[in-house]
Design a protein around this ligand. Structure first.
Ligand code: CUA
Length: 160
């Protein structure tokens, strides 16, 4: 095959453009891979118990009718900071839920509310829920996690 001089030139230009493009994409991917986006919060699943805020599960008042609820899950329980696994929340409170798992994937669903998320090892899951109505709400695991899956639950008691 015979190529004219300018055709070779264009070919060379095309190939070097492609190489340059791939290098830029590769470098960007490398940089992004080493610095996860700030929105994706992570935690060492083996060090959950010694990592704040998970070292102190439970409800904390953080503002005017505003709370943080820290929950640590493991097969097969929800640690909500109380022995009886009941969390009392004042009616109308805004609750910022922060949760993770020490072992396998668990679900986090407060039945009858919009709070529904998946907890994955190494990841911090967050949701904000306003409890407008009094009553008892069941916190349950909705991801099959093993033989004790059905035993995983706790209770949210919204009191006046
Ligand atoms: Cu935990 Cu199902």
């Amino acid at each position: 095959m015979h190529l004219h001089k300018y055709e070779k030139l264009w070919l060379a230009f095309g190939i070097s453009s492609l190489v340059l493009f791939l290098v830029i994409v590769g470098v960007n991917a490398f940089v992004a891979g080493n610095q996860p986006p700030s929105s994706a919060k992570t935690v060492d699943p083996g060090a959950v118990e010694v990592t704040a805020p998970f070292d102190q599960p439970g409800l904390k008042k953080i503002g005017d009718n505003e709370y943080q609820l820290v929950v640590v899950t493991s097969a097969f329980s929800f640690d909500v900071g109380t022995q009886d696994k009941v969390v009392e929340i004042p009616k109308g409170a805004t609750v910022h839920i922060v949760a993770t798992t020490k072992d396998v994937v668990h679900g986090f669903e407060i039945a009858g509310t919009n709070a529904n998320m998946m907890l994955e090892p190494g990841h911090i899951s967050e949701a904000t829920q306003v409890f407008r109505n009094e009553g008892e709400f069941t916190l349950l695991c909705n991801e099959y996690c093993g033989s004790g899956h059905h035993l995983m639950h706790a209770k949210i008691k919204v009191v006046d």
